[in-house]
Design a binder for this molecule. Structure first.
Ligand SMILES: C[S@@+](CC[C@H](N)C(=O)[O-])C[C@H]1O[C@@H](n2cnc3c(N)ncnc32)[C@H](O)[C@@H]1O
Length: 353
């Protein structure tokens, strides 16, 4: 039998004062939890959703000790928000050919824009709980002069953000806007806004999940195949750290959040968004972890810097020709490795590997 879902801060006795005092937006949270319960989203009595004690906006905290391997909540597949579950699924399917893009995100973004602007949306309580997207502080929302502060050490992010903005703007102008205008009987004029589209891109970037490709056994059991991103209510409330203590598992009927370590009473439940360096965290989620917490962190060293450092180190020891030859040899190896990786990727895409 499903345990009651209403797990706000008041539920646990001795940590209740710590958890309940700052429970703002209580109404929105209550509405979301009631909606979750009504839609068969089971949540363990050992956890609660709260803003108090969470590292960013809402978070999930334990109300008693949790052992490794415990199910913390189960989200039924019908509650997932993606193009096939959206109220405009038929339209998106009919027009699928016109909605293809490099990112593959357009159908989901249109579904989100539709649901977000629909007061009667099935996902209204979920969408109402999501913060103003600007609170996410992704570099794509920073003013241009602030983004330039990423030059240098975080140069890679600047390039990624500029490329994101360029491609989302092109996608909007060439695919989304014509589609919205063509179907103005279904999609409201609010969906003609590039600003809203950009917010939805940020929402997908920072909140969506992508189902892993099924292994052969699962494929035989007819588990849905690898899909584009989708929104998973409740799971996306969890924050991320490199040393997470929970992970999302995709099953046939439900998506389950399962603890991967013992979690002390009152501690935050952290999911993993993937093997992310601080650069990835900042680019896609607008935060990064303090040294030395993120053991998945990496640093990009431009090849030109490496060569110039090698030149400095070898000065007076070797002539410049030898350094150039060594450098050309190294670059040749890199080109061969990249060629082999591309070939491997092609085989994987063609299903031959
Ligand atoms: C999947 S959402 C998590 C939802 C968020 N807790 C909420 O209630 O809206 C991802 C966003 O949460 C925030 N976040 C997640 N993990 C974080 C962390 N370790 N430190 C700071 N912010 C974090 C970032 O704003 C990120 O873009």
């Amino acid at each position: 039998m499903a345990a009651p879902v209403k797990r706000t801060c008041e539920d646990s006795s001795d940590i209740s004062s710590k958890l309940s005092t700052g429970c703002k937006d209580e109404k929105k949270l209550e509405t979301f939890l009631t909606w979750s319960k009504e839609n068969n989203l089971w949540i363990s009595p050992k956890v609660c959703v709260t803003k108090e004690g969470s590292c960013a906006q809402y978070g999930m905290l334990t109300t008693e000790k949790v052992d490794s391997g415990e199910c913390l909540f189960k989200v039924p597949r019908k509650l997932l928000l993606h193009p096939k579950t959206s109220a405009i699924s038929r339209l998106l399917k009919k027009e699928a050919a016109a909605l293809t893009s490099d990112s593959g995100w357009v159908p989901l973004l249109l579904a989100l824009m539709y649901e977000y602007n629909n007061p009667e949306s099935t996902w209204r309580p979920y969408l109402d709980l999501v913060p103003d997207f600007r609170e996410l502080d992704l570099p794509m929302f920073w003013p241009e002069n602030e983004r330039e502060s990423l030059l240098g050490t975080a140069n890679g992010i600047l390039k990624c953000v500029e490329s994101d903005i360029k491609s989302l703007t092109a996608e909007f102008n060439t695919i989304v806007l014509p589609f919205v205008q063509k179907h103005s009987d279904v999609l409201s004029p609010a969906c003609e806004s590039l600003d809203l589209y950009k917010k939805m891109v940020a929402f997908v970037m920072a909140y969506s999940f992508t189902e892993p490709a099924p292994d052969e056994d699962q494929a035989k059991e007819d588990v849905p195949t690898k899909s584009a991103p989708m929104m998973v209510p409740m799971a996306d409330i969890l924050n991320h750290v490199a040393h997470n203590n929970a992970e999302l598992r995709f099953e046939k009927e439900f998506l389950k959040m399962v603890s991967t370590a013992e979690i002390a009473k009152g501690a935050e439940v952290f999911n993993t968004y993937g093997m992310l360096s601080n650069k990835d965290e900042l680019h896609m989620y607008g935060f990064s972890e303090r040294y030395p917490n993120n053991d998945k962190d990496t640093v990009d060293i431009p090849a030109a810097v490496l060569k110039s450092m090698a030149g400095d180190l070898e000065a007076n020891q070797t002539d410049k020709t030898l350094l150039d030859e060594k450098w050309e040899f190294l670059m040749e190896q890199v080109r061969i490795i990249l060629f082999m990786l591309s070939f491997l990727l092609l085989l994987i895409i063609l299903g031959l590997f």
